[in-house]
Design a protein. Structure first.
Lengths: 96, 375
Protein backbone atom coordinates (compact mmCIF):
# COMPACT_ATOMS: atom_id res chain seq x y z
CA UNK A 1 0.00 0.00 0.00
CA UNK A 2 1.21 3.52 -0.83
CA UNK A 3 2.29 6.01 1.82
CA UNK A 4 3.25 3.49 4.46
CA UNK A 5 5.38 6.13 6.17
CA UNK A 6 2.17 7.73 7.38
CA UNK A 7 1.22 4.61 9.36
CA UNK A 8 4.37 4.84 11.45
CA UNK A 9 4.15 8.63 11.61
CA UNK A 10 0.64 8.49 13.04
CA UNK A 11 1.64 5.86 15.57
CA UNK A 12 4.49 8.04 16.80
CA UNK A 13 2.30 11.09 17.35
CA UNK A 14 1.74 12.15 20.94
CA UNK A 15 -1.84 11.40 21.94
CA UNK A 16 -4.01 14.15 23.34
CA UNK A 17 -5.69 13.41 26.67
CA UNK A 18 -9.09 12.89 25.02
CA UNK A 19 -7.79 10.68 22.19
CA UNK A 20 -9.88 7.61 22.99
CA UNK A 21 -13.09 9.44 23.88
CA UNK A 22 -12.97 11.72 20.86
CA UNK A 23 -11.96 9.08 18.31
CA UNK A 24 -14.45 6.49 19.49
CA UNK A 25 -17.25 9.08 19.68
CA UNK A 26 -16.56 9.99 16.04
CA UNK A 27 -16.76 6.34 14.96
CA UNK A 28 -19.93 5.83 16.96
CA UNK A 29 -21.50 8.81 15.24
CA UNK A 30 -20.30 7.45 11.90
CA UNK A 31 -22.04 4.13 12.49
CA UNK A 32 -25.20 5.77 13.80
CA UNK A 33 -25.36 8.09 10.79
CA UNK A 34 -25.09 5.12 8.44
CA UNK A 35 -21.66 5.89 7.08
CA UNK A 36 -19.58 3.14 5.58
CA UNK A 37 -17.73 2.54 8.83
CA UNK A 38 -18.26 -0.93 10.28
CA UNK A 39 -16.26 -0.69 13.49
CA UNK A 40 -12.86 0.06 14.91
CA UNK A 41 -9.62 -1.86 14.99
CA UNK A 42 -6.47 -1.28 17.03
CA UNK A 43 -3.20 -1.17 15.20
CA UNK A 44 -0.96 -2.59 17.87
CA UNK A 45 2.55 -1.35 18.50
CA UNK A 46 4.77 -4.46 18.12
CA UNK A 47 7.20 -2.92 20.61
CA UNK A 48 4.46 -1.80 22.95
CA UNK A 49 3.59 -2.72 26.49
CA UNK A 50 2.69 -6.23 27.64
CA UNK A 51 -0.99 -5.39 27.80
CA UNK A 52 -1.30 -4.24 24.22
CA UNK A 53 0.44 -7.36 22.98
CA UNK A 54 -2.39 -9.41 24.44
CA UNK A 55 -4.93 -7.62 22.24
CA UNK A 56 -6.26 -9.39 19.19
CA UNK A 57 -4.94 -7.41 16.19
CA UNK A 58 -7.77 -8.67 13.99
CA UNK A 59 -10.59 -7.85 16.37
CA UNK A 60 -13.17 -5.40 15.11
CA UNK A 61 -14.85 -3.58 17.98
CA UNK A 62 -17.98 -1.54 18.29
CA UNK A 63 -16.77 1.90 19.45
CA UNK A 64 -18.59 1.39 22.77
CA UNK A 65 -16.64 -1.78 23.42
CA UNK A 66 -13.17 -0.88 22.17
CA UNK A 67 -10.37 -0.75 24.75
CA UNK A 68 -9.39 2.80 25.60
CA UNK A 69 -5.96 3.90 24.42
CA UNK A 70 -3.52 4.28 26.00
CA UNK A 71 -4.30 1.11 27.92
CA UNK A 72 -4.62 1.71 31.70
CA UNK A 73 -1.09 0.79 32.74
CA UNK A 74 0.77 1.46 29.50
CA UNK A 75 4.24 2.64 30.47
CA UNK A 76 4.38 4.93 27.45
CA UNK A 77 1.21 6.81 28.43
CA UNK A 78 0.46 9.43 25.76
CA UNK A 79 3.46 8.19 23.74
CA UNK A 80 1.69 4.86 23.34
CA UNK A 81 2.05 3.81 19.74
CA UNK A 82 -1.12 1.80 19.43
CA UNK A 83 -3.72 3.64 17.34
CA UNK A 84 -7.36 3.26 16.39
CA UNK A 85 -8.22 2.62 12.79
CA UNK A 86 -11.71 2.77 11.32
CA UNK A 87 -12.80 -0.40 9.58
CA UNK A 88 -14.89 0.27 6.50
CA UNK A 89 -17.63 -1.95 5.14
CA UNK A 90 -15.83 -2.28 1.82
CA UNK A 91 -12.81 -3.73 3.62
CA UNK A 92 -14.94 -6.43 5.19
CA UNK A 93 -16.73 -7.17 1.92
CA UNK A 94 -13.39 -7.49 0.17
CA UNK A 95 -12.25 -10.07 2.69
CA UNK A 96 -15.37 -12.23 2.43
CA UNK B 1 0.24 37.18 -8.94
CA UNK B 2 3.45 39.06 -9.71
CA UNK B 3 3.90 39.54 -5.97
CA UNK B 4 3.79 35.76 -5.59
CA UNK B 5 6.46 35.26 -8.25
CA UNK B 6 8.63 37.91 -6.64
CA UNK B 7 8.52 36.01 -3.36
CA UNK B 8 9.74 32.71 -4.82
CA UNK B 9 13.45 33.42 -4.19
CA UNK B 10 12.58 34.58 -0.69
CA UNK B 11 10.78 31.32 0.10
CA UNK B 12 13.68 29.35 -1.39
CA UNK B 13 15.98 31.17 1.04
CA UNK B 14 13.52 30.80 3.93
CA UNK B 15 13.36 27.04 3.51
CA UNK B 16 17.11 26.69 3.13
CA UNK B 17 18.45 29.24 5.61
CA UNK B 18 15.49 30.09 7.84
CA UNK B 19 15.59 33.67 6.66
CA UNK B 20 13.84 35.93 5.75
CA UNK B 21 10.88 34.90 7.88
CA UNK B 22 7.71 34.89 5.80
CA UNK B 23 4.05 34.15 6.31
CA UNK B 24 2.59 31.50 3.99
CA UNK B 25 1.15 32.46 0.64
CA UNK B 26 -1.23 29.52 0.53
CA UNK B 27 -3.59 29.06 3.48
CA UNK B 28 -6.31 26.48 3.93
CA UNK B 29 -8.86 27.08 6.65
CA UNK B 30 -11.38 24.43 7.62
CA UNK B 31 -13.96 26.02 9.92
CA UNK B 32 -15.88 22.79 10.54
CA UNK B 33 -15.47 19.08 9.79
CA UNK B 34 -19.24 18.63 9.48
CA UNK B 35 -20.39 17.33 6.12
CA UNK B 36 -23.53 15.87 4.61
CA UNK B 37 -21.63 13.51 2.32
CA UNK B 38 -20.71 9.99 3.38
CA UNK B 39 -17.79 9.41 1.04
CA UNK B 40 -16.00 6.09 0.91
CA UNK B 41 -12.71 7.99 0.81
CA UNK B 42 -13.19 10.34 3.76
CA UNK B 43 -14.11 10.11 7.43
CA UNK B 44 -13.87 13.74 8.45
CA UNK B 45 -17.64 14.12 8.63
CA UNK B 46 -17.75 11.99 11.78
CA UNK B 47 -15.61 14.43 13.75
CA UNK B 48 -16.91 17.07 16.10
CA UNK B 49 -14.70 19.91 17.28
CA UNK B 50 -14.79 22.88 19.59
CA UNK B 51 -14.91 25.15 16.55
CA UNK B 52 -13.51 28.66 16.42
CA UNK B 53 -16.24 31.30 16.46
CA UNK B 54 -16.37 34.03 13.83
CA UNK B 55 -14.99 36.48 16.39
CA UNK B 56 -12.06 34.17 16.91
CA UNK B 57 -11.56 33.73 13.18
CA UNK B 58 -11.50 37.49 12.79
CA UNK B 59 -8.57 37.80 15.18
CA UNK B 60 -6.72 34.96 13.46
CA UNK B 61 -7.24 36.38 9.98
CA UNK B 62 -6.23 39.86 11.11
CA UNK B 63 -2.92 38.39 12.32
CA UNK B 64 -2.21 36.92 8.88
CA UNK B 65 -2.16 40.23 7.01
CA UNK B 66 -2.20 40.40 3.24
CA UNK B 67 0.60 37.91 2.56
CA UNK B 68 -1.57 34.89 1.60
CA UNK B 69 -2.49 34.98 -2.07
CA UNK B 70 -4.45 31.75 -2.21
CA UNK B 71 -7.11 30.93 0.37
CA UNK B 72 -9.00 27.66 0.44
CA UNK B 73 -12.02 27.40 2.69
CA UNK B 74 -12.35 23.69 3.16
CA UNK B 75 -14.35 21.35 5.34
CA UNK B 76 -16.25 19.12 5.82
CA UNK B 77 -18.68 20.79 3.49
CA UNK B 78 -17.73 24.47 3.69
CA UNK B 79 -21.09 25.76 2.45
CA UNK B 80 -22.78 23.97 5.36
CA UNK B 81 -20.83 26.08 7.84
CA UNK B 82 -23.40 28.61 9.11
CA UNK B 83 -20.90 31.49 9.03
CA UNK B 84 -19.40 30.72 5.62
CA UNK B 85 -20.43 34.05 4.06
CA UNK B 86 -19.12 36.07 6.99
CA UNK B 87 -15.92 34.02 7.09
CA UNK B 88 -15.24 34.63 3.41
CA UNK B 89 -15.95 38.31 3.96
CA UNK B 90 -13.42 38.39 6.81
CA UNK B 91 -10.82 36.74 4.58
CA UNK B 92 -11.56 39.36 1.93
CA UNK B 93 -11.39 42.22 4.43
CA UNK B 94 -8.17 41.28 6.21
CA UNK B 95 -6.21 39.19 3.74
CA UNK B 96 -7.27 40.51 0.33
CA UNK B 97 -6.25 37.28 -1.41
CA UNK B 98 -6.11 36.94 -5.18
CA UNK B 99 -8.09 33.72 -5.00
CA UNK B 100 -10.62 32.25 -2.60
CA UNK B 101 -11.24 28.61 -3.40
CA UNK B 102 -14.25 26.75 -1.99
CA UNK B 103 -14.80 23.07 -2.77
CA UNK B 104 -18.36 21.83 -2.41
CA UNK B 105 -20.27 18.57 -2.60
CA UNK B 106 -23.12 20.49 -4.31
CA UNK B 107 -25.82 18.97 -2.13
CA UNK B 108 -27.17 21.97 -0.25
CA UNK B 109 -29.88 23.92 -2.03
CA UNK B 110 -28.76 27.05 -0.18
CA UNK B 111 -25.21 26.81 -1.56
CA UNK B 112 -25.61 29.10 -4.60
CA UNK B 113 -27.39 31.78 -2.52
CA UNK B 114 -24.50 31.79 -0.06
CA UNK B 115 -21.98 31.99 -2.88
CA UNK B 116 -23.96 34.90 -4.36
CA UNK B 117 -23.64 36.80 -1.09
CA UNK B 118 -19.90 36.19 -1.09
CA UNK B 119 -19.63 37.38 -4.70
CA UNK B 120 -21.67 40.50 -3.99
CA UNK B 121 -19.35 41.54 -1.18
CA UNK B 122 -15.98 40.31 -2.44
CA UNK B 123 -15.74 41.75 -5.95
CA UNK B 124 -11.96 42.04 -6.19
CA UNK B 125 -10.98 38.44 -5.60
CA UNK B 126 -11.40 35.47 -7.91
CA UNK B 127 -13.82 33.06 -6.28
CA UNK B 128 -13.35 29.46 -7.38
CA UNK B 129 -16.17 27.04 -6.67
CA UNK B 130 -15.16 23.45 -7.38
CA UNK B 131 -18.02 20.97 -7.43
CA UNK B 132 -17.07 17.42 -6.51
CA UNK B 133 -17.87 14.73 -9.06
CA UNK B 134 -16.55 11.21 -8.58
CA UNK B 135 -18.67 9.39 -11.10
CA UNK B 136 -21.49 9.92 -13.54
CA UNK B 137 -25.00 9.05 -12.35
CA UNK B 138 -25.31 6.37 -9.69
CA UNK B 139 -21.56 5.81 -9.54
CA UNK B 140 -21.25 9.27 -8.02
CA UNK B 141 -24.00 8.57 -5.49
CA UNK B 142 -22.36 5.30 -4.48
CA UNK B 143 -18.91 6.79 -3.86
CA UNK B 144 -20.29 9.86 -2.09
CA UNK B 145 -22.75 7.80 -0.03
CA UNK B 146 -25.74 10.02 -0.80
CA UNK B 147 -28.59 8.80 -3.02
CA UNK B 148 -29.60 11.48 -5.52
CA UNK B 149 -26.31 13.37 -5.16
CA UNK B 150 -25.62 13.35 -8.90
CA UNK B 151 -28.97 14.91 -9.64
CA UNK B 152 -28.26 17.63 -7.08
CA UNK B 153 -24.81 18.13 -8.56
CA UNK B 154 -26.33 18.87 -11.97
CA UNK B 155 -28.86 21.28 -10.46
CA UNK B 156 -26.16 23.18 -8.58
CA UNK B 157 -23.84 23.24 -11.58
CA UNK B 158 -26.53 24.96 -13.63
CA UNK B 159 -27.13 27.44 -10.80
CA UNK B 160 -23.44 28.28 -10.56
CA UNK B 161 -23.30 28.83 -14.32
CA UNK B 162 -26.06 31.40 -13.91
CA UNK B 163 -24.08 33.13 -11.17
CA UNK B 164 -21.02 33.10 -13.40
CA UNK B 165 -22.93 35.00 -16.07
CA UNK B 166 -23.60 37.68 -13.49
CA UNK B 167 -20.25 37.77 -11.70
CA UNK B 168 -17.09 37.82 -13.79
CA UNK B 169 -14.96 36.94 -10.77
CA UNK B 170 -16.53 33.48 -10.39
CA UNK B 171 -14.80 30.38 -11.72
CA UNK B 172 -16.84 27.17 -11.74
CA UNK B 173 -14.90 23.94 -11.76
CA UNK B 174 -15.47 20.21 -11.59
CA UNK B 175 -13.21 18.33 -9.20
CA UNK B 176 -12.77 14.57 -9.18
CA UNK B 177 -11.01 12.39 -6.65
CA UNK B 178 -9.26 9.50 -8.33
CA UNK B 179 -9.56 6.60 -5.90
CA UNK B 180 -9.76 2.83 -6.17
CA UNK B 181 -13.50 3.41 -6.56
CA UNK B 182 -13.27 5.83 -9.49
CA UNK B 183 -9.99 5.11 -11.26
CA UNK B 184 -11.63 2.79 -13.78
CA UNK B 185 -14.22 5.31 -14.90
CA UNK B 186 -12.10 8.44 -15.24
CA UNK B 187 -12.84 8.38 -18.98
CA UNK B 188 -16.52 8.94 -18.26
CA UNK B 189 -15.68 11.86 -16.00
CA UNK B 190 -13.46 13.42 -18.66
CA UNK B 191 -16.22 13.07 -21.25
CA UNK B 192 -18.75 14.54 -18.85
CA UNK B 193 -16.53 17.49 -18.00
CA UNK B 194 -15.80 18.04 -21.68
CA UNK B 195 -19.49 18.28 -22.48
CA UNK B 196 -20.09 20.60 -19.54
CA UNK B 197 -19.60 24.35 -19.53
CA UNK B 198 -17.29 24.23 -16.51
CA UNK B 199 -14.25 26.50 -16.53
CA UNK B 200 -11.94 23.75 -15.35
CA UNK B 201 -11.75 20.04 -14.69
CA UNK B 202 -9.30 19.12 -11.97
CA UNK B 203 -8.43 15.85 -10.34
CA UNK B 204 -6.71 14.79 -7.17
CA UNK B 205 -5.61 11.33 -6.12
CA UNK B 206 -7.22 9.79 -3.03
CA UNK B 207 -4.55 9.52 -0.39
CA UNK B 208 -4.43 8.77 3.30
CA UNK B 209 -4.58 11.88 5.48
CA UNK B 210 -4.61 12.22 9.23
CA UNK B 211 -7.17 15.02 8.86
CA UNK B 212 -9.62 12.70 7.11
CA UNK B 213 -8.87 9.69 9.33
CA UNK B 214 -8.05 7.62 6.29
CA UNK B 215 -4.59 6.42 7.28
CA UNK B 216 -4.27 2.74 6.45
CA UNK B 217 -7.40 2.61 4.30
CA UNK B 218 -7.04 1.07 0.82
CA UNK B 219 -8.33 4.09 -1.13
CA UNK B 220 -5.29 5.00 -3.22
CA UNK B 221 -5.19 3.40 -6.66
CA UNK B 222 -2.24 1.22 -7.57
CA UNK B 223 0.44 3.25 -9.37
CA UNK B 224 -0.12 1.48 -12.68
CA UNK B 225 -3.90 1.98 -12.49
CA UNK B 226 -3.46 5.65 -11.69
CA UNK B 227 -0.89 6.06 -14.47
CA UNK B 228 -3.20 4.46 -17.00
CA UNK B 229 -6.08 6.75 -16.03
CA UNK B 230 -4.08 9.95 -15.72
CA UNK B 231 -2.29 9.33 -19.03
CA UNK B 232 -5.72 9.37 -20.63
CA UNK B 233 -6.45 12.70 -18.97
CA UNK B 234 -3.09 14.08 -20.01
CA UNK B 235 -3.72 13.00 -23.61
CA UNK B 236 -7.02 14.80 -23.41
CA UNK B 237 -5.41 17.98 -22.08
CA UNK B 238 -2.70 17.78 -24.75
CA UNK B 239 -5.38 17.65 -27.43
CA UNK B 240 -6.80 20.97 -26.33
CA UNK B 241 -6.05 24.56 -27.06
CA UNK B 242 -5.47 26.99 -24.24
CA UNK B 243 -5.05 30.73 -24.14
CA UNK B 244 -3.83 33.28 -21.64
CA UNK B 245 -3.70 32.27 -18.01
CA UNK B 246 -5.40 28.94 -18.77
CA UNK B 247 -2.31 27.94 -20.74
CA UNK B 248 -0.19 28.43 -17.64
CA UNK B 249 -2.57 26.71 -15.26
CA UNK B 250 -2.94 23.72 -17.58
CA UNK B 251 0.84 23.48 -17.90
CA UNK B 252 1.05 23.32 -14.11
CA UNK B 253 -1.71 20.69 -14.02
CA UNK B 254 0.23 18.52 -16.46
CA UNK B 255 3.27 18.86 -14.23
CA UNK B 256 1.15 17.93 -11.21
CA UNK B 257 -0.13 14.77 -12.84
CA UNK B 258 3.42 13.75 -13.73
CA UNK B 259 4.55 14.57 -10.21
CA UNK B 260 1.88 12.32 -8.69
CA UNK B 261 2.97 9.43 -10.88
CA UNK B 262 6.55 10.02 -9.86
CA UNK B 263 5.69 10.15 -6.14
CA UNK B 264 3.67 6.92 -6.41
CA UNK B 265 6.52 5.19 -8.23
CA UNK B 266 9.42 6.44 -6.15
CA UNK B 267 7.64 6.80 -2.79
CA UNK B 268 9.66 9.82 -1.80
CA UNK B 269 9.47 13.62 -1.77
CA UNK B 270 10.58 14.11 -5.36
CA UNK B 271 10.57 17.90 -5.22
CA UNK B 272 11.05 19.98 -2.09
CA UNK B 273 7.91 20.39 -0.04
CA UNK B 274 7.10 23.91 1.19
CA UNK B 275 4.35 22.93 3.62
CA UNK B 276 5.36 24.67 6.81
CA UNK B 277 7.00 27.53 4.92
CA UNK B 278 4.77 28.64 2.04
CA UNK B 279 1.59 26.73 2.81
CA UNK B 280 -0.34 25.94 5.98
CA UNK B 281 -3.71 24.84 7.27
CA UNK B 282 -5.77 26.08 10.20
CA UNK B 283 -8.12 23.44 11.51
CA UNK B 284 -11.59 24.02 12.97
CA UNK B 285 -10.42 24.07 16.59
CA UNK B 286 -7.66 26.59 15.89
CA UNK B 287 -4.81 24.11 15.56
CA UNK B 288 -2.21 25.12 12.97
CA UNK B 289 -0.86 22.35 10.72
CA UNK B 290 1.80 22.43 8.02
CA UNK B 291 -0.60 20.32 5.95
CA UNK B 292 -3.60 18.07 6.39
CA UNK B 293 -1.71 14.87 5.58
CA UNK B 294 0.67 15.00 8.56
CA UNK B 295 -1.48 17.33 10.65
CA UNK B 296 1.37 18.02 13.08
CA UNK B 297 0.11 20.14 15.94
CA UNK B 298 2.22 23.30 15.54
CA UNK B 299 0.22 25.07 18.22
CA UNK B 300 -3.31 26.21 18.89
CA UNK B 301 -4.34 29.75 18.09
CA UNK B 302 -6.54 29.95 21.19
CA UNK B 303 -3.42 29.46 23.27
CA UNK B 304 -1.45 31.97 21.19
CA UNK B 305 -3.74 34.96 21.55
CA UNK B 306 -5.05 34.20 18.03
CA UNK B 307 -1.77 35.39 16.59
CA UNK B 308 -0.74 33.14 13.72
CA UNK B 309 2.76 34.65 13.74
CA UNK B 310 3.47 33.37 17.24
CA UNK B 311 3.03 29.83 16.01
CA UNK B 312 4.55 30.28 12.55
CA UNK B 313 7.70 31.92 13.88
CA UNK B 314 7.79 29.93 17.13
CA UNK B 315 9.83 26.97 18.29
CA UNK B 316 7.48 23.99 17.81
CA UNK B 317 7.44 24.40 14.05
CA UNK B 318 11.21 24.11 13.75
CA UNK B 319 11.29 20.37 14.40
CA UNK B 320 8.48 19.78 11.90
CA UNK B 321 10.28 21.83 9.27
CA UNK B 322 13.41 19.74 9.84
CA UNK B 323 11.37 16.58 9.36
CA UNK B 324 9.85 17.84 6.11
CA UNK B 325 13.19 19.13 4.84
CA UNK B 326 14.75 15.75 5.67
CA UNK B 327 12.13 14.18 3.40
CA UNK B 328 10.64 12.08 6.17
CA UNK B 329 7.31 12.40 4.39
CA UNK B 330 5.99 12.39 0.86
CA UNK B 331 2.54 12.81 -0.59
CA UNK B 332 0.74 14.16 -3.65
CA UNK B 333 -1.51 16.59 -1.74
CA UNK B 334 -2.61 18.92 -4.54
CA UNK B 335 -2.88 22.09 -2.52
CA UNK B 336 0.69 21.81 -1.29
CA UNK B 337 1.99 20.33 -4.53
CA UNK B 338 1.06 23.38 -6.62
CA UNK B 339 2.87 25.62 -4.12
CA UNK B 340 5.84 23.25 -4.23
CA UNK B 341 5.95 23.28 -8.03
CA UNK B 342 5.96 27.05 -7.96
CA UNK B 343 9.18 26.86 -5.96
CA UNK B 344 10.83 24.16 -8.05
CA UNK B 345 13.04 25.72 -10.69
CA UNK B 346 13.05 22.74 -13.12
CA UNK B 347 9.24 22.64 -12.97
CA UNK B 348 9.03 26.38 -13.58
CA UNK B 349 11.41 26.04 -16.52
CA UNK B 350 9.29 23.28 -18.08
CA UNK B 351 6.09 25.26 -17.55
CA UNK B 352 7.74 28.36 -19.00
CA UNK B 353 8.91 26.42 -22.05
CA UNK B 354 5.47 24.98 -22.65
CA UNK B 355 3.82 28.34 -22.35
CA UNK B 356 6.27 30.08 -24.67
CA UNK B 357 6.36 27.36 -27.32
CA UNK B 358 3.56 28.16 -29.78
CA UNK B 359 2.58 24.53 -30.38
CA UNK B 360 2.85 23.46 -26.76
CA UNK B 361 -0.30 22.38 -24.92
CA UNK B 362 -2.29 23.13 -28.02
CA UNK B 363 -4.16 20.93 -30.37
CA UNK B 364 -6.64 21.12 -33.13
CA UNK B 365 -9.77 20.60 -31.08
CA UNK B 366 -11.30 23.42 -29.15
CA UNK B 367 -12.17 22.78 -25.54
CA UNK B 368 -15.32 23.62 -23.74
CA UNK B 369 -13.66 23.24 -20.39
CA UNK B 370 -10.79 25.62 -20.38
CA UNK B 371 -11.63 27.98 -23.13
CA UNK B 372 -14.76 29.20 -21.43
CA UNK B 373 -12.48 31.42 -19.45
CA UNK B 374 -8.93 32.31 -20.13
CA UNK B 375 -8.44 33.41 -16.52
Amino acid sequence: MSFNWLNRFQQEMNKPADYAEKTLAAYKLGMKAKGSIAGVQIRIDPDGCEQCRTLDPDAIYHPDEAPHLPLPHCDRATRCQCVYRPVMTYQIQDET
Amino acid sequence: MLGVLARIPLFLAYRRFGWPQLLPLNITISPSPKCNSRCLTCNIWMKRENELSLDEWEKVLASLGTTPYWFTISGGEPLMYPGIVELAQLVYKYNKPGIINIPTNAILTSGPARVRRILETCPDTQLVINLSLDGVGQKHDLIRGVPGNFEKFEERLAQYYELRDEFPNLTVGIHSVISVFSVNHLDELIDYADESAADQFITEIAEPRIELDTVGLPITPEPEDYARAIDRLMDYVESKQFKGLAKITEAFRMEYYKLVKQILDEEEQTIDCYAGWASAQIYADGTVWPCCVRADNLGNLRESNYDFRKIWFGDAIKQVRRSIANKECHCPLANAAYTNMLHDIPTLARVGTKVIKPDAITGNKSTKITENRSA
